[in-house]
Design a protein around this ligand. Structure first.
Ligand SMILES: Nc1ncnc2c1ncn2[C@@H]1O[C@H](COP(=O)(O)OS(=O)(=O)O)[C@@H](OP(=O)(O)O)[C@H]1O
Length: 506
């Protein structure tokens, strides 16, 4: 009995000490002392200990499925400015600029799941914008569905516009984005948008080599979807994709501007390392950054790149190349500051936790990657941009799902849900929540976009934020990242700008 009580103490001590766990700890200590007393009490005390242990576990994990017990033992010392920094509330106001072909759908899925778990509001596009904020037009608050206001999280594709986002988001919002090495990114864009982007479509035999030999022969800057054919990252970030390479001062100033706005620029080649930095930046747990890779092409849809092709791609997309070089270096500086060994340890723990989760959702081995046609559940089929490229997705194995609790099933389903379907599902659930909360309000009130409330999530489930009260949209305007028009209060397009939303993807 004493051994059991002692192990219970260790278990409780391994938790962060919110007042409730502390109380339970003291209580269980008192109980264990009483174990030294008469036999007749032992059975009762044993039951009490079991009950305390179960309650503390439930309180700690919020009744949610967690995939690792390491979540609270991860802290990298260099990031801890004071002894209790591990207890900092989770930050919940985040803009993630979803750039193209950079692993951004995987990130978006992670953010959607975080929002749902914590009852947060995600700003979603109006129907006329499909599942994007009317990309390729510059973001404005007009493109946000008014029943998804005021938001905590913004993550759907947009062309970045800081001034407009400032009108929408609380002041403590953290801005994050992701970049990819220009060679592999451009190769991915070239194959994905081969039927949408005229600059690519007119190249004989869809040859990447031919395009890169004479890009100006095929590329027309003012044409629809030309942003997929040159400096796409710069364009997504709100910059001028056609600024000549020799305009060095523009490139430098633009990089500096991006650096001022974004607290973290992730790098898709170092996705897990970037996630560890993100976890620290937002004070999230390891469980909050688990993911499954989404929106991948099959190997047969990919083309290997020679050094010569890579060089040509960098020269053609020189602004993107400068962005990438700068932020790749700065990612590694941040990793150095945290401690490379510490980041490596967290990456390892992340991968182990991910493996456990995969086994739970998909059985032994990794989830089976499938072509869209092979996926039975249409909610899980990724959008296919053309017959010339295969985007793979996943299905849940039937025999496994039968043994699942409904909570497990929901988690596993969401992990592999593609962007378009998840955006729609989230919109439906947020609209429902809006209706329920507005029924409870006597009269529709007019709000500014921002509600300076709910800036952080307390870790203890009992203190989690309440469903936010949505506000009505007000007209607004603004320009790109350079805009100085921040106020401080507050068509049916798709990834390509035109396709029907049911079939869209990013
Ligand atoms: N975790 C992780 N790490 C590294 N790379 C990853 C990851 N998840 C997705 N991917 C790759 O990202 C590409 C898809 O990017 P996006 O989801 O941003 O595309 S989209 O613009 O939303 O359509 C796509 O690249 P390609 O397969 O080369 O096209 C995915 O394979």
């Amino acid at each position: 009995m004493l051994i059991f009580a002692f192990s219970l103490h260790l278990h409780l001590l391994s938790f962060p000490p919110p007042s409730c766990s502390l109380f339970l700890l003291k209580f269980s200590l008192a109980v264990s002392f009483s174990l030294c007393f008469p036999q007749m009490w032992k059975k009762k005390i044993f039951l009490v200990i079991i009950a305390i242990s179960t309650i503390s576990l439930l309180l700690h994990h919020g009744g949610h499925l967690t995939w690792t017990m390491d979540a609270f033992h991860l802290g990298c010392p260099a990031l801890h400015s004071h002894p209790y920094s591990g207890l900092k509330p989770k930050h919940s106001n985040v803009v993630f600029l979803k750039t193209h072909k950079t692993a951004s759908s995987t990130m978006q899925n992670l953010l959607f799941r975080f929002a749902e778990r914590n009852n947060l509001t995600v700003a979603l596009p109006i129907q006329a914008c499909g599942h994007q904020f009317c990309y390729p037009r510059s973001f404005t608050t007009h493109s946000v569905h008014q029943h998804t206001l005021p938001p905590n999280i913004v993550t759907n594709h947009m062309r970045f516009n800081k001034a407009e986002l400032k009108r929408l988001m609380p002041n403590d919002t953290i801005y994050v984005t992701i970049l990819r090495e220009p060679g592999s990114m451009f190769e991915s864009l070239f194959s994905y948008y081969n039927q949408y982007c005229q600059s690519f479509k007119r190249v004989p035999n869809g040859s990447l080599e031919a395009f890169l030999d004479e890009p100006w022969r095929y590329y027309k800057p003012e044409e629809n979807y030309s942003m997929y054919a040159r400096n796409t990252l710069t364009y997504d970030l709100g910059g001028d994709k056609d600024r000549p390479a020799k305009d060095v001062s523009y490139a430098k100033a633009f990089v500096a501007q991006v650096e001022r706005v974004f607290s973290l620029v992730m790098i898709s080649e170092y996705f897990d390392e970037s996630l560890v930095l993100l976890r620290h930046l937002l004070s999230w747990d390891l469980d909050d950054i688990l993911y499954v890779k989404l929106n991948m092409r099959t190997p047969s849809s990919k083309q290997g790149l020679t050094d010569d092709l890579r060089k040509k791609i960098r020269a053609w997309n020189s602004l993107d190349a400068q962005l990438y070089d700068h932020f790749n270096a700065s990612l590694w500086r941040q990793i150095s500051a945290v401690g490379p060994a510490c980041v490596a340890r967290e990456v390892r723990l992340l991968r182990e936790a991910q493996e456990k989760l995969m086994k739970r959702c998909f059985g032994e081995g990794m989830p089976l990657v499938r072509s869209a046609a092979e996926i039975k559940n249409k909610e899980l089929r990724p959008w296919q941009p053309s017959g010339k490229v295969d985007i793979v997705g996943y299905d849940l194995p039937v025999n496994i799902t039968q043994s699942f609790s409904s909570q497990d099933q929901e988690l596993c389903l969401r992990l592999i849900m593609p962007e378009v379907q998840y955006t729609k599902m989230l919109l439906r659930s947020q609209l429902l929540r809006y209706r329920l909360t507005s029924q409870a309000r006597p009269q529709q009130q007019s709000h500014s976009f921002q509600q300076p409330v709910r800036t952080t999530l307390l870790r203890h489930p009992a203190h989690r934020s309440q469903p936010p009260v949505p506000a009505a949209a007000t007209p607004a305007s603004g320009t790109g990242i350079n805009s100085k028009t921040a106020v401080g209060t507050r068509g049916r397009t798709n990834k390509q700008g035109t396709k029907p939303s049911q079939t869209q993807s990013s």
